[in-house]
Design a protein around this ligand. Structure first.
Ligand SMILES: [Fe+2]
Length: 236
């Protein structure tokens, strides 16, 4: 199931794990040892999986996402708020819709909860909130470097559609697993340093500590389209 993703190239060393647990300047320094010592953190804070949902379900979820598109909300922030830790208002432009019945069945499935608990924290819980679909439909649609909001410690993002050419960066996730100690302004100031670009192919799911590992969605080029399912879980 595991793709043995590029995260393997960026394991977090014991020294880094110690720093993470003890550094006073770490924006995420309240992370409990159970997270620091979890399987997912030791893989670099994220992992890409193939086939977490079957092809039929994925196609049905894409149909659901397209059916909900007319109700989607445009999310555009041109002037960011300068948040250094989690949440805030990072620069962004894409559309977002509340998930439907099919996605909610995935969101609340016991097998998914068990799977995520094995990767992260045995006490991980479903947030009680519905998931969302994100639509990157126009050239330049993106989401700038951020950490996820406090109710979203673990993000589960499944690609339902992406026609981005494999040799282009547009539409790729860019994660900074080695810069998790830094305030966001430092990463935004030197975004080329330490970025791990992940192309999430159709049917692949990334599980990541979105509240810990800074990440971005790189701007789409002309003619590209990307639709993903986004779920959030509480692990801290
Ligand atoms: Fe995020």
């Amino acid at each position: 199931m595991s793709q043995r993703s590029p995260s393997r190239r960026h394991p977090i060393s014991d020294r880094e794990v110690f720093k993470m647990a003890h550094s006073a300047r770490n924006p995420a320094d309240s992370i409990p040892p159970v997270i620091v010592e979890s399987d997912l953190m030791k893989r670099g804070g994220f992992e890409v999986f193939e086939g977490l949902i079957g092809t039929n379900t994925r196609n049905e979820m894409l149909s659901e996402a397209l059916a909900l598109l007319p109700d989607a909300t445009d999310c555009e922030v041109q002037i960011p708020d300068g948040e250094e830790g989690r949440g805030g208002m990072p620069r962004r432009r894409f559309a977002n819709a509340r998930g439907g019945t099919l996605q909610q069945a995935f969101n609340t499935a016991q097998w998914l909860l068990d799977f995520l608990r094995g990767l992260t924290n045995p006490a991980l819980i479903y947030t009680g909130e519905v998931g969302t679909y994100s639509y990157y439909l126009r050239a330049g649609d993106h989401l700038d470097i951020h950490r996820d909001i406090v109710t979203c410690d673990v993000a589960v993002i499944t690609c339902l559609y992406d026609d981005t050419p494999v040799d282009q960066d547009g539409g790729r996730l860019c994660l900074y697993p080695e810069r998790y100690l830094e305030p966001l302004s430092m990463i935004r100031g030197r975004p080329e340093q330490g970025g791990v670009k992940i192309r999430l192919d159709i049917g692949q799911t990334i599980v990541m500590y979105g509240g810990i590992i800074p990440h971005a969605l790189l701007p789409l080029a002309e003619g590209q389209t990307r639709i993903v399912s986004v779920l959030c879980f509480k692990a801290l």
